[in-house]
Design a protein around this ligand. Sequence first.
Ligand SMILES: [Fe+2]
Length: 197
Amino acid sequence: MTKPIGAPPAFGERDITETDNDLTRQHTGEPIGERITVSGRLLDRAGRPQRGQLIEIWQANSAGRYAHRREQHDAPLDPNFTGVGRTLTDTDGFYRFTTIQPGPYPWRNHLNAWRPAHIHFSLFGSAFTQRLVTQMYFPNDPLFPYDPILQSVTDDAARQRLVATYDHSLSVPEFSLGYHWDIVLDGPAATWIEEGR
Ligand SMILES: [Fe+2]
């Protein structure tokens, strides 16, 4: 099976700068695409917020192309979009990113295989013993039934928990649409985590 995702960014917890959680402001120009705000909480099984934990994301641009992949989808790069961000959860366990709606991309796992739009998340911090990697999806994507990664999560509820919810209160007037996605570290409502990462 073709490895479906790129290597996670290698960041430390230090030196997080102001634009690290705003992927629309990391270059001199603005990236192309629909701006989105993605926010949620990092929680344990009891619903307790996990504060001060490092959350990193990486994603394709609006055309479905990664800036840092060797095997490339033949879609345009965006010189104003790297697709990598990081932040620390706040005292209530919230993270928040401003970014661009990623495009779906083909991944040659089988004929006409396309990945639904998604954002890769990496969690790293004192609340758990190893780096955890997972993926967030967007609501109502028609590619869900065709995605072997999502379909490998056999529990319906667990699969649903990988899909963010549109949240109008997170939408920023005249700027971006908002999506809410919580991450639960353990317990019966735990977020699915990729094996062997
Ligand atoms: Fe991906």
